[in-house]
Design a protein around this ligand. Structure first.
Ligand code: PA5
Length: 346
């Protein structure tokens, strides 16, 4: 059995040092807020929609913006822009590497249509394009996996949107950092499994295919992030879906006893769920009893922002411990890299 409490065991698999990055995440978020604070792009008045061009880990900055914005935010994961891009649109191109083809193509389309834009990256082509077109560019520190730089990407963008009056919340940044720190204090590697909820959840998911269920407009982005972190850190299949929609289709998929073997459900709730969606979680949890292992996970923190981001942070720990149980290094994502190489070699 893989021992999650032995430092030697963690070091054996975690060659890329992912645990240090996760444990420094509250500080990274603090730096992300400061980066956004110091970056004051000129945002035209009258912005009535935002398009965030970004893929994978970088797209999470868009998901967080979507969750808290007072104007519609569309997370554009494609080469082209949606047809509604035009007057009143602000484009934010986010690519950690700065070299993601879809993100660059989306920004190019926006620049051709003379849509106001700014870009966020650690360098790469995005920075060059921003410089050559004279659009504001925020540079975040290099040396991270894109998904592990979410604090820099998402918090800097959120801070910029707050300054521009485009959020529907007034973030309490200090409260957010405290909520993240309390997740870290409970889930960090030094806390033994007997007292560590992230290690315990990872253990319960080990060897199974997790289905992460969030609630519409609330924890849906958390479910998406948990799924992608389990894919990339733990290197195994995982899926996500949203309540209430899944009660109208996916729920029937649990009918066949043979096919539901090996699945595990994780419901992600917080204090800001619609009461009807909370009831749906309870009923579904009861319905699955005896069929599929299922747990309901709540959130730390007080505000909506803290609850969403601290639950995301907790999921980062879970995916990390699951990687160790899977006896794999959480950091490298060779399949993503080789896929990108094959695409650009064409
Ligand atoms: O986590 C990852 O490595 C990926 O999901 C990347 O974020 C994705 O491929 C896009 O790359 P970038 O974030 O550098 O734009």
């Amino acid at each position: 059995m893989t021992e999650l409490d032995e430092e030697r065991q963690l070091q054996e698999y975690d060659k890329g040092g992912m645990i240090a990055v996760i444990e420094a995440y509250p500080d990274q978020c603090r730096e992300g807020i400061a980066l956004g604070d110091g970056f004051r792009p000129e945002i035209p008045t009258g912005v009535d929609k935002v398009i965030v061009c970004g893929m994978g880990g970088s797209a999470m900055a868009g998901e967080v913006a979507r969750r808290f914005s007072r104007v519609p935010v569309f997370v554009n994961r494609n080469y082209t822009l949606p047809s509604f891009a035009g007057d009143g649109t602000l484009i934010i191109a986010v690519s950690y590497s700065g070299n993601t083809a879809e993100t660059i193509s989306g920004l190019d389309a926006g620049l051709r249509a003379r849509i106001p834009a700014f870009a966020v990256s650690s360098g790469g082509k995005l920075e060059e394009i921003a410089r050559s077109h004279g659009i504001p560019h925020l540079r975040v520190p290099r040396g991270y996996q894109p998904r592990a730089a979410m604090g820099y990407l998402a918090l800097s963008v959120l801070r910029v949107l707050a300054q521009a009056g485009l959020l529907r919340i007034e973030p309490d940044w200090e409260e957010l950092i405290h909520a993240l720190e309390s997740v870290r204090d409970a889930s960090r590697a030094a806390v033994p499994e007997a007292d560590n909820p992230a290690k315990q959840l990872a253990r319960s998911l080990y060897g199974r295919i997790p289905l992460f269920y969030g609630t519409a407009g609330n924890t849906d982005l958390v479910a998406m992030r948990w799924k992608t972190q389990v894919n990339e850190n733990s290197k195994q299949p995982a899926f996500w879906n949203v309540i209430p929609e899944l009660n109208h289709n996916e729920i029937v998929g649990f009918s066949d006893e043979r096919l539901r073997q090996g699945l595990s459900c994780v419901f992600l709730k917080n204090d800001y769920d619609h009461p009807e969606n909370r009831a749906r979680i309870e009923i579904m949890h009861e319905l699955l009893h005896g069929k599929v292992p299922a747990v309901v996970i709540g959130a730390d923190g007080r505000s909506e922002l803290s609850q969403v981001l601290s639950q995301i942070h907790f999921g980062d720990y879970v995916s990390y411990y699951l990687a160790i149980l899977n006896q794999i290094d959480p950091t490298p994502v060779e399949l993503i890299e080789s896929f990108k190489r094959r695409m650009s070699a064409r």
